[in-house]
Design a protein around this ligand. Structure first.
Ligand code: PMP
Length: 344
């Protein structure tokens, strides 16, 4: 038999088809079967690779992008990294307008991936011409053939997950999934995945995870924007102070809120017990699972899929730093001796 070279054409080939991994330890005492969709297996280490690739390829299909075109977005987070990665392979310029609140590490990481980063003042309103929203919008409007990803208000964000994450989970669970639990930021992940899954089986329960300090849960319940819900919180990438159109609130049955503190401890617990080094929102998602289990949501026949959006390495100076945890007061209610004993 002739042996062929087994190689991928490029890194974009590796986007999607992430593994579903059974959770065995962190689930002790919970009724049901629990599986994590581990999005850190994407080459850019997060679920955002899916939307970056999909939105850029849709623009190519529509003939908007030409070699050397620019792609604009307003994030220093996972989406920025994914867009930078896709842009390198496809030969576009990636321009990211971020706020001066973004950490130096994040900005360095984006520049390392070839992005041009504009650091804009954080203390100005969104409609100020210096704000990162205004800068991105202006760059897009003034540049022919540019694409503005605009993830919070782009229907293609939902579509990316409808076409990939949903079908993958349906196949991986052999259609036996009973519950989907996912954090909601732009809402693209949960909405697109839920739309696909509910078309296959409308009885699947879809539960979104929101942060205290965010308006999403209240909006889902009342369909009204309540600004009194808004206050600062620590978890990055989930919850919001506005209502994104990339969230299909009708596809979500319920929202659960989790605290910064419990989400941080749960992420650390997942890393230590499952050997899965996960990001902050993965902790939030599994914290929601624990709360739902306490409320009697699951039984022995439940097959629960929980989305773990990114990798722990992005949170070394946050939840994986004992100093940071201490500064937040997150160790105040924890017996450190007990925590230490678990470590060895
Ligand atoms: N977790 C992390 C770490 C994220 O960066 C995001 C994206 N903002 C989410 C969760 C939420 O995903 P989505 O935007 O698709 O709702």
């Amino acid at each position: 038999m002739k042996e062929e070279i087994q190689a991928h054409d490029d890194i974009l080939d590796l986007i999607g088809n992430t593994p579903l991994v059974r959770l065995r330890k962190v689930t002790e005492g919970l009724e049901g079967n629990f599986y994590a969709k581990v999005e850190a297996f994407n080459p850019g280490h997060s679920s955002k690779d899916r939307i970056a690739l999909h939105i850029i390829e849709e623009a190519e299909r529509k003939g908007i992008l030409k070699p050397g075109s620019i792609i604009v977005e307003t994030t220093s987070g996972n989406t920025g990294f994914s867009i930078a990665m896709v842009s390198i392979i496809k030969g576009y310029e990636c321009v990211l307008a971020v706020t001066s609140k973004s950490s130096k590490d994040k900005i360095d990481m984006l520049r390392a991936m070839g992005a041009k980063v504009y650091v804009c003042p954080a203390n100005v309103s969104a409609d100020d011409p210096r704000s990162y929203y205004s800068v991105a919008k202006r760059l897009h409007e003034e540049t022919n053939g540019s694409v503005y990803i605009n993830q919070y208000f782009n229907e293609l964000n939902i579509d990316a997950h409808y076409q990939t994450t949903g079908p993958e989970i349906w196949k991986q669970t052999a259609g036996k999934i009973t519950h989907l639990i996912a954090c909601s930021g732009t809402g693209g992940t949960i909405s697109g995945t839920a739309r696909f899954l509910k078309e296959q089986n409308p009885n699947i329960r879809v539960i979104g995870v929101d942060a205290f300090g965010s308006v999403l849960k209240k909006f889902h319940e009342t369909r009204e924007f309540d600004s009194s819900e808004i206050y600062p919180y620590r978890i990055e990438g989930m919850g919001k102070n506005l209502i994104p159109t990339a969230t299909d609130f009708d596809a979500i049955d319920e929202f659960v809120k989790v605290t910064d503190e419990e989400a941080a401890h749960t992420a650390r617990q997942i890393s230590k017990t499952e050997g899965l080094f996960v990001g902050y929102t993965s902790g939030a998602a599994f914290q929601a699972v624990k709360q739902l289990a306490e409320g009697g949501e699951f039984d022995a026949n439940s097959n629960v899929v929980v989305i773990f959006p990114d990798h722990g390495s992005r949170y070394m100076s946050k939840i994986y730093s004992d100093d940071w945890m201490n500064e937040q007061g997150f160790f105040d209610n924890v017996n450190r001796e007990e925590e230490k004993q678990i470590e060895f």
